[in-house]
Design a protein around this ligand. Structure first.
Ligand SMILES: Nc1ncnc2c1ncn2[C@@H]1O[C@H](COP(=O)(O)OP(=O)(O)OP(=O)(O)O)[C@@H](O)[C@H]1O
Length: 311
């Protein structure tokens, strides 16, 4: 059996910025693959990534990245890890090509190899055409791609992506999530990607880690996380559709509640049976069944539950 080493391991990792406790004794292990790091604004996600890179010093605890101790081996870590920072960091007068070549050379690649590598990563992120234009004229989506390209320039084993979908419209967001998925699945690079939206990360992550107030709220495989939701969202159309559907389901012993224009239906006792029951009930009542979908948990719902894992 292959033993898969942890990509990141922390023990009691703590960071206070004076009175603000950004990370509160965080003990955590992150494996290979794509890990979504989720939490509300201020939960400590950016601080966590910056500590792993040696950009911020912890006030307590310890951490290892790819088996290297952050306190003693920052150089070795930065040589193997790529970073997409949350905030804008691109010089406006420089092209994505020059920027990426420059960073690849700073990481130790000779000029010719750096040029080849930059062209390759810029093509991967979809900036082949525009790569010679100054980045000041780029759209937000293009800027995020340029930030992603520089994170990949030195062929890292792990990339830390801080809110890569921030400020993107839905199409650009989908494209960025597709790129994140390719980096993890096709290139075999471990990815830790943050967002304040669980919904978008569950699509691409193998694992999800939820931080709240600098503490670990939950860490599990994404499919376990989704299973734990235990409910379906159902949309029905017709006269007084929601009330009639709720009554019929209650009579069949299934608990359900109205949520916005949808019904949230408990399926903890067997999703297959409940699917059939919903379809048949809507049919019997002469209602149009528009859709049945898994009830995707929102971050607020996770925070509303007691800490300590799945229900
Ligand atoms: N340099 C700093 N000085 C003082 N407080 C800070 C500093 N950086 C972060 N904080 C505080 O630490 C807490 C955690 O911030 P952090 O940026 O790590 O969270 P986050 O989950 O990444 O949120 P966001 O997405 O808003 O950046 C917040 O309360 C923040 O205000």
């Amino acid at each position: 059996m292959t033993v898969v080493a942890a990509v990141v391991r922390t023990v009691g990792l703590t960071k206070d910025y004076g009175p603000v406790l950004a990370l509160d004794a965080l003990t955590l292990e992150i494996g290979p693959g794509i890990t979504g790091l989720v939490g509300a604004n201020g939960a400590g996600k950016s601080t966590f990534l910056k500590i792993l890179l040696g950009l911020v010093e912890p006030t307590g605890g310890r951490a290892e990245v790819l088996g290297h101790d952050i306190a003693a081996e920052g150089g070795a870590i930065r040589a193997r890890v790529g970073y997409l920072p949350e905030h804008d960091c691109l010089p406006p007068d420089v092209s994505a090509s020059d920027f990426t070549v420059h960073l690849a050379m700073m990481s130790g690649l000779p000029r010719v190899a750096a040029r080849e590598r930059a062209a390759e990563v810029l093509r991967h992120v979809g900036l082949a055409e525009e790569r010679y234009r100054p980045m000041g004229g780029y759209s937000t989506g293009m800027r995020q791609k340029a930030k992603l390209a520089q994170a990949l320039a030195h062929d890292p084993q792990l990339v830390l992506l801080d809110e890569p979908t921030n400020g993107l419209d839905p199409a650009a967001r989908d494209e960025m999530l597709g790129l994140v998925q390719r980096i993890g699945r096709d290139f075999g690079i471990a990815v830790i990607v943050t967002s304040h939206l669980l919904g978008e990360l569950e699509r691409v992550s193998d694992h999800v880690v939820v931080l709240d107030g600098g503490q670990l709220l939950r860490a599990s495989r994404t499919d376990e996380f989704l299973d734990a939701t235990g409910s379906l969202l159902v949309e029905v159309l017709g006269d007084d559709a929601q009330r009639r559907m709720l009554e019929a389901l209650a009579a069949a012993g299934v608990s359900a509640a109205a949520r916005g224009g949808m019904l949230s239906i408990d399926v903890t006792d067997g999703a297959g049976d409940v699917h059939d029951l919903i379809r048949d009930t809507a049919g019997d009542l002469g209602l149009g069944l528009v859709r049945i979908q898994a009830d995707h948990r929102r971050i607020e719902d996770v925070f509303a539950e007691p800490a300590g894992g799945a229900r």
